[in-house]
Design a binder for this molecule. Structure first.
Ligand code: SIN
Length: 549
């Protein structure tokens, strides 16, 4: 085969479309097509409004939100190529919501645009109210399915990247469960491998991400010897539902874009104490403010100790004052989800708390998706171009997937690497875990996720990060005990990935002894440009270094 694309979210699909016609493309995904972070994106896709001036405003907003660490050429590529990539999406059948007059008549095909945190104006397109990711996925997938040379392998995971002479030349694949055909493990060769496998929210006990987000691609790249960057920067979405017994369902920032207030337990609109943009401050600022307010109410009621990423009490989203928007029509998915728990956006206070949402770091790439190993490319959340710096601007992620997915495809074609024959290698028969072993793996993962939330969450400090390292080492040891013979199975692969990604986050967070964007160290609460206005790089030798890009 010519090109192997790992992941079927927006970055993987856009890259596959760019490669189609130039060779065979195999897109593998470990669940069914459509199950990705992309699918669950609610708020929308940020893209400069039609007037040319907004490209530079979008750039400035992106750079400002990134807290001094955005790699400007990456952000320039994002905002200047974004409008073209979104126009393609529309041509391929994506239906963004259209503006209507008071009688519901369409206004010359104009799109509705909303505003989210740290945007200087309303530029975010959305679809079906709050189901933007699902609509983009649907249209992109339909377009990709129409290309003859793209094949899809669902319920398939990559267990190892194959390298030869320092170049990635293929991958080992195995069945990842599900209802599909139980194919035996196999190795495939490809001229290029693109990792577009998304983020790793599952490394935290509290996350808005679906179960598939276990950082598999990042761990594969690291195992093969590729460099990672900025792994300490995990974005915590300020407003995930905080209701006992309910999942940490995302409550889109677009709710605040339409005017929602945040109130603490005493009913105060507390954001005025934290930022002049109030509820539309950058995400990192809002997440920390919520954590602090939650901790304050916890102290008042229980006298429990501070530093409580895990136990902070919720604050509340309040939309009861909003009269000019039909909230149930504007947010149908959120309204339906809340109704299951007896809550109504228009008349109830909705309890929220931050949860892990988006990894700004990842596999270090150049602006064309090239990783540090020849033959290996990455795009979207799995990659780190420096485009988000220390804190991603709201709704820039779908745009990132489109722009850098397209760029990666162009680079793969331009590089024109030949197919390399690897030594014919029989895949060793791998053993699935027995039930008792599976339980040990689940226990190790659960311990790791809790430790990550407690110690590498919204608020961090050295002693906690070291405690997190100790738990990660225990998790590695538990997995090593089971790795005496080759193992197979989805949870096995995911556990190894989660452990490695957690290690990289902890190590990078310990090394960055300052606070910036999403990385807040209570023991180093100030931004330190002199020493740390640099990107962290986790190299082959396992050391973290800081470099200016
Ligand atoms: C949201 O709708 O708040 C999430 C969008 C994003 O992560 O940018």
């Amino acid at each position: 085969m010519d090109f192997l694309v790992v992941g079927a979210g927006v970055a993987g699909l856009r890259a596959a479309v760019g490669l189609a016609g130039q060779g065979d493309v195999l897109v593998v995904t470990k669940e069914s097509l459509g199950e990705s972070n992309t699918h669950y994106a609610q708020g929308g896709i940020a893209v400069a409004a039609e007037d040319g001036e907004d490209v530079s405003l979008h750039l400035e907003d992106t750079v400002r939100a990134g807290d001094g660490l955005v790699y400007r050429p990456a952000a320039e590529a994002l905002v200047s190529e974004g409008p073209l990539r979104v126009a393609e999406l529309i041509e391929w059948g994506t239906n963004f919501d259209l503006a209507t007059d008071s009688e519901g008549r369409r206004l010359n095909g104009q799109f509705l645009r909303t505003r989210e945190g740290a945007h200087s104006l309303a530029r975010i397109l959305h679809a079906n109210g709050d189901a933007t990711g699902a609509e983009i996925s649907r249209a992109l997938l339909a377009h990709a399915r129409g290309q003859k040379c793209i094949r899809f392998a669902e319920w398939t995971q990559v267990t190892r990247l194959l390298t030869e002479g320092g170049r990635v030349v293929g991958a080992e694949l195995e069945c990842a469960g599900g209802t599909g055909a139980q194919e035996p493990p196999r190795s495939v060769r490809a001229r290029a491998v693109l990792l577009a496998s998304g983020g790793a929210g599952q490394v935290y006990a509290e996350t808005t991400n679906p179960a598939v987000a276990t950082g598999d691609g990042i761990a594969l790249a690291r195992e093969a010897g590729a460099e990672l960057a900025d792994m300490e920067f995990y974005q915590f979405h300020p407003t995930a539902l905080a209701l006992a017994g309910a999942p940490r369902f995302l409550l889109s920032e677009a709710l605040r874009g339409e005017g929602a207030y945040l109130r603490n337990e005493r009913g105060e609109r507390f954001m005025e104490r934290y930022h002049p943009l109030l509820e539309l401050a950058p995400r990192d600022v809002v997440a920390r403010a919520i954590a602090r307010e939650g901790m304050a109410s916890q102290d008042r009621t229980s006298g429990e100790a501070k530093n409580a990423n895990p136990g902070t009490r919720p604050v509340y989203l309040d939309m009861r004052h909003i009269r000019n928007v039909d909230l149930h029509r504007r947010f149908p998915g959120i309204s339906a989800f809340l109704a299951r728990y007896g809550l109504d956006l228009a008349c109830d206070l909705v309890p929220v708390r931050p949860a892990a949402h988006y990894l700004m770091g990842g596999i270090r790439t150049d602006l064309a998706g090239r990783a540090s190993l020849a033959g290996l490319y990455a795009a979207g959340e799995a990659a780190c171009t420096g485009v988000h710096g220390a804190n991603r601007l709201a709704s820039n992620s779908l745009l990132e997937g489109l722009v850098f997915g397209a760029r990666a495809a162009q680079a793969i074609l331009a590089d024109g690497l030949p197919l390399v024959r690897v030594r014919a290698e029989r895949l060793q028969a791998a053993k699935p875990l027995r039930p008792a072993e599976e339980q040990r793996v689940e226990d190790a993962i659960a311990g790791l996720r809790s430790a990550m939330w407690a110690h590498a969450g919204v608020l961090r400090e050295e002693s906690g990060l070291r405690a997190g390292m100790a738990v990660q080492a225990e998790c590695e040891a538990a997995l090593a005990q089971l790795a005496g013979q080759p193992r197979s199975g989805r949870r096995w692969t995911e556990a190894r990935a989660l452990s490695r990604v957690a290690g990289a986050i902890l190590q990078s967070a310990l090394a960055r002894r300052e606070s910036r964007g999403a990385h807040f160290r209570s023991d180093h609460p100030r931004r330190d440009d002199e020493n740390f206005q640099k990107h962290s790089e986790l190299g082959r030798d396992g050391r973290v270094q800081f470099e200016k890009w």
